[in-house]
Design a protein around this ligand. Structure first.
Ligand code: ARG
Length: 273
């Protein structure tokens, strides 16, 4: 009987040793990673990557000014990112439902959005502009009256057209992504597209065969982009600190140079804070 018991104890002991040994490699694995890596949290970033050169897809990868910008901010603040193209309307659903930590998508800071979401400090200045086929008789915003205008649904471009032509006016053609709005004009379904200046200017320049031009006089209000967060997100302060750091240390200018080939006006961004 005694012998039996000690055999059982022996087995229990052996099993304990084996189990403990099994556990070790796993623990060791995480131990060997640097402490910093271990602490780095991954943030889920959502975007509408159909807005070149700000955010678009290149060989399945999401790239653009905003993407380089948010990566630099994350690096500065000590976060890893997981960036996902979800589309424009879904951005607001994901952020509203707290399923994403932040969104970067050339999102204009405005009072309406501020009621539901939080924004970072402004990181980019922009304005809506009018894209038309060369030779168009549209020379100013006023000339859009009586014309069909394609816009991306739920953007400040649409809001500008609501204000100019009347909310839900039948001449305002709304699309879920800005590329579809441009295609509508190219196929003759609209006379103009109203969208952010960087996007329409870049599109006209990069597609010379399409004979498009940006109306110089067609100016709308000045706007500023911000990073979008769920309301009361704890990340806002950290992200603002990181944005200010990259504005000050030259990283922001470097990214701006890479995408636009000239120096950003950092003063005008700072003045808005
Ligand atoms: N700046 C405009 C707005 O906030 C348009 C942004 C559209 N962005 C995009 N990735 N499609 O309404």
């Amino acid at each position: 009987m005694k012998k039996k018991l000690s055999i059982i104890w022996g087995i229990v002991l052996m099993l304990t040793v084996i189990l403990a040994a099994c556990g070790t490699p796993e623990e060791k694995g995480s131990d060997t990673e640097t402490n910093k890596e271990e602490e780095k949290k991954t943030l889920r970033v959502v975007t509408d990557a159909a807005y070149a050169p700000m955010e678009y897809q290149d060989k399945g990868e999401v790239v653009g000014f905003d993407i380089d910008f948010v990566k630099a901010v994350a690096e500065e603040a000590g976060y890893e990112l997981e960036i996902e193209h979800v589309g424009w309307d879904p951005i607001f659903v994901e952020i509203g439902g707290n399923r994403a930590d932040l969104a970067v998508s050339s999102i204009t800071i405005n009072d309406d959005r501020k009621q539901t979401y939080d924004f970072s400090v402004p990181y980019f200045q922009s304005t809506n502009k009018i894209l038309v086929p060369e030779g168009s008789d549209i020379k100013s915003a006023e000339d859009l009256k009586g014309k069909k205008v394609a816009v991306q649904n739920g953007t400040t471009g649409q809001m500008a057209m609501d204000a100019l032509l009347g909310k839900n006016h039948e001449d305002i053609k709304k699309f879920e992504d800005n590329n579809l709005a441009i295609m509508e004009m190219e196929s003759g379904g609209a006379d103009a597209v109203v969208a952010d200046n960087m996007i329409v200017e870049e599109y006209a320049k990069n597609n010379p065969d399409k004979n498009l031009t940006v109306v110089e006089d067609g100016t709308f209000e000045s706007e500023f982009y911000g990073v979008l967060f769920p309301k009361d997100s704890e990340l806002v302060d950290e992200v603002n600190t990181a944005i200010n750091a990259i504005l000050a240390n030259g990283t922001y200018s470097e990214i701006y140079q890479k995408w636009f080939g000239n120096e950003p006006n950092i003063e005008v961004l700072k003045e808005q804070q």
